[in-house]
Design a protein around this ligand. Structure first.
Ligand SMILES: Cc1cc2nc3c(=O)[nH]c(=O)nc-3n(C[C@H](O)[C@H](O)[C@H](O)COP(=O)(O)OP(=O)(O)OC[C@H]3O[C@@H](n4cnc5c(N)ncnc54)[C@H](O)[C@@H]3O)c2cc1C
Length: 429
């Protein structure tokens, strides 16, 4: 998403761009594959699509259709005492808090007022959102609810997100935010953007592995790639944008010796990625009848999210079959037991829908970590898009601007990097 949106924006600004992608497919963790007649995501499923979203802006700049089914407001939350469907007509936050507090109206009102206060006067980042919750309420259900919310929608647990970053995210997403699912899968959406990028004169090389970012006298001057089609090639260029995550960018651009201490200290200060588990399966009957929204779980340790994509867009599964996509997250990303927690995610799906998975056919049971995690860095602990090396930028979910995460964060990093590049480079380079 970061690389594609940066390419789209630079192309629209009149620059000539070469995008190199090691895979045969575009979109990385926001793509899809056909499997057993189903369109299965490689990662993201809830994609921001409002006019002001950084993703939508990049598509609009090249008149590329996103082709989405909107899901805004179609949220359901589960706690051990029941399910809550968020009102589509607004008042979502108040309703969500009231659901957790049940009969304690005064307690709910107090916490809601505290949230509004924190949105107006964003707290500092020196303590976590979990600390903030502990300071403001003793209600354990509301803490579980926001734990599910943070893990599912921000990819980071409440005890990992700085308090300020949680409220910046809430503020960013409450500004007319809309989201949806790609009608033809994420791969279709990304191919639509790729077509427009190539029509406008930039180039996309697939199955081309970037092996080195060439740095001369403190400035990035090109890349060395191995292409299935062309063999080993070196390209000279004015600017390099890396979508590999900040740690791998350093490795490809000459290693740690090429970067200054201040940058490396920031990189090392909070080195954690946010792993995620993806489980997709096919059934003859849906786990929830007629449910065409997004469900977040606050009654579990690892299982956080469920969607039934074939209810939302029937072409995503063969007729009469139901494709389900579930996500799980480690309860402590810095000390995760990925194997055991993926197993527990599957167990918790069954506990939430007893007997309904007996005949399920599992298409994906994946642990996303390492080079393709849920996010390269925790929300609130991102690197800047700029690096100490001139003309070398990071884009993607290791360098997202404050208040943004996931696909929107990756696209926003592209918006930020391209703004800096365009303001200092003449068109046509
Ligand atoms: C299971 C899962 C569920 C998620 N759900 C959501 C969601 O619902 N909503 C949301 O907004 N976000 C979600 N996310 C997060 C979101 O998918 C990512 O934050 C976002 O897609 C990351 O984009 P990126 O630009 O950082 O790059 P990536 O998607 O990592 O893309 C990097 C690209 O670079 C290519 N590449 C890597 N190395 C090289 C090399 N040496 N040479 C050439 N090419 C190379 C890769 O093949 C890839 O295509 C989810 C993630 C996962 C894993």
């Amino acid at each position: 998403m970061g690389g594609m949106c940066a390419t789209a924006r630079l192309t629209a600004a009149g620059q000539r761009v070469l995008l190199v992608e090691k895979s045969a497919h575009l979109g990385g963790r926001c793509s899809s594959r056909e499997r057993d007649g189903c369109t299965v995501t490689t990662g993201a499923i809830m994609i921001p699509m409002a006019k002001h979203s950084a993703i939508r802006e990049a598509f609009d700049l090249l008149d590329a259709p996103m082709d989405m089914i909107e899901l805004t407001g179609r949220m359901r939350y589960r706690l051990s005492h029941g399910d809550y469907d968020q009102a589509t007509s607004g008042g979502g936050l108040r309703g969500l808090i009231a659901f957790a507090f049940r009969d304690d109206e005064a307690g709910a009102q107090q916490l809601f007022d505290d949230f509004i206060g924190a949105l107006k006067d964003i707290p500092g980042d020196s303590h976590t959102f979990r600390d903030w919750l502990d300071e403001h309420t003793r209600n354990e259900d509301v803490k579980k609810l926001f734990q599910g919310f943070c893990a599912a929608l921000m990819g980071t647990n409440t005890h990992e997100i700085p308090a300020g970053e949680f409220f910046r995210f809430l503020a960013y997403s409450s500004r007319g935010s809309r989201f949806g699912m790609a009608v033809n899968g994420n791969a279709g959406m990304m191919e639509s953007l790729a077509g427009k990028i190539e029509e406008r004169g930039s180039r996309i090389l697939r199955q081309t592995n970037c092996r080195e970012i060439i740095v001369e006298n403190g400035a990035a001057t090109g890349v060395s790639v191995m292409s299935r089609e062309l063999g080993e090639v070196t390209y000279k260029c004015e600017t390099v944008l890396s979508n590999l995550g900040p740690v791998r960018t350093v490795a490809l651009a000459g290693g740690r010796d090429a970067f200054d201490d201040e940058y490396l200290a920031q990189l090392d200060a909070w080195p954690h990625e946010a792993p995620i588990f993806h489980v997709s399966f096919l059934t003859d009957q849906p786990l929830i009848d007629g449910f065409d929204g997004c469900m977040v779980f606050g009654n579990t340790k690892n299982f956080i999210y469920l969607e039934i994509p074939s209810f939302i867009s029937p072409g995503h599964a063969p007729p009469g079959k139901y494709l389900h996509t579930a996500f799980g997250a480690p309860s402590d990303a810095a000390n995760a037991d990925l194997k055991a927690e993926l197993e527990n995610t599957c167990r918790e799906i069954e506990e939430n829908f007893p007997g309904k998975l007996d005949a399920a056919k599992f298409l994906v049971r994946a642990r996303h970590s390492g080079s393709g995690p849920g996010m390269h860095r925790w929300a609130g602990h991102m690197m800047p898009v700029t690096t100490p090396i001139s003309n070398l930028f990071n884009v993607g979910d290791g360098a997202t601007p404050p208040g943004t995460i996931g696909t929107e964060g990756a696209a926003s990093s592209a918006r930020e990097a391209v703004k800096l590049i365009v303001s200092s480079t003449p068109a046509g380079k």
